[in-house]
Write a protein that binds this ligand. Sequence first.
Ligand SMILES: [Zn+2]
Length: 423
Amino acid sequence: MMTARKFLLTGVFFMILFSISPAKADRTDQPGDQEFLERARALHQKIITVDTHCDTAMRLFRGNWNPADRHQADSPGGSKIDLPRMKEGGLDAEFFAAFVPQGPRTAEGYQMARQEAERMIQAVKKMVAENNQLIGLAFSPEDAYQFKKEGRLIAFLGIENGYALGQDLSLIKHFYEEGVRYITLCHTADNDICNSSTDENDPEDLGLSQFGHQVVTECNRLGMIIDISHASDKSFWEVLASSQAPIMASHSCCRAICPNPRNLTDDMIKALAAKGGVIQICFLSAYLKTPRPNPDRDKAFEEFRVRYGNWRDIKDEDQRKKIMAEMQELNRKYPAELATVKDLADHIDHVVKLVGVDYVGFGTDFDGGGGVAGCYDVSQMINVTVELMKRGYSDEDLAKIWGQNFFRVFNRVKDVAGTLSKS
Ligand SMILES: [Zn+2]
């Protein structure tokens, strides 16, 4: 039986593991002939492009990591998102998630989770304030359109893991007032709101708790978007039934293509769409394409994990760098197979065939494990547009997929809150 702490460490470990790149030579060899590329660039000037999930906020705590600098995706201290590369890739708006790893469900655990969320929210706000000429903090789609007009990038705030609420319903309002616009109800383990799709300690799926129902009601009342990525199947269905507003999967893929419990089944996607929601396709290889068995890599990383545990807790910077270099060496020796932009586009195609073009978008999970061959970091986002253009998607379709679909959900959630506050 894993202890809560061990589970948390394991969760963080895997997040880190997936966020470290494999050494692959074929990252930039994906799309495109010049004509598509030029069309794609022109389109990105006109439309708003939104990514509903990244974990880059964690980078803000690294001593000298500055989002205004251009980084490499793989170098120690690197990242997959920064402001110069958002410009290069034609990405306007990024949801910076205040990620809180699941810990013990105790008063002390709740307090730590809340503090962690607050710390990350403040870090994102500070980052925006310090780069005010380049990026603005948005609270609504209208803010985003305004910032785009001003030539600035756009930051939104989300919370990944409702554990940050503990058992305190009033924190939803608090976080909303702080500028948070979505809450991912859970992460890799069950919490007080709902059961997770990947809690190995508790295979029984209990769905949404009584407190979880109250959370849904309160989110609806305030206009907080409910994110069911990471939620178990039963949780998904109960949230969908309970919510008066459309809901979102901020970073999930299609289970029909890749049978991972983190992904949504066709029935789920249909029901999500029927309620006006949206699935934002995640760029994480393991959700896009079932990886081929790689026992040598698994063994090497298991030994690494046993050796170092949660090395992020190591305060000594030199020691941390040494461990990271060792991990990169392992990645070079035992490279993981990356999914491709084509695999990603297959998931978009699948949703579109199933329910139409109005219910799908992008949630990269960059710096949390996302990154495919051909779109390995945010500077290559344009390649996704090129691939979809090649598949026959019109400019109108692409405008929807890149942001309008999600903004429709955003606005509808606000409208529902307005109606509920009057009733
Ligand atoms: Zn996630």
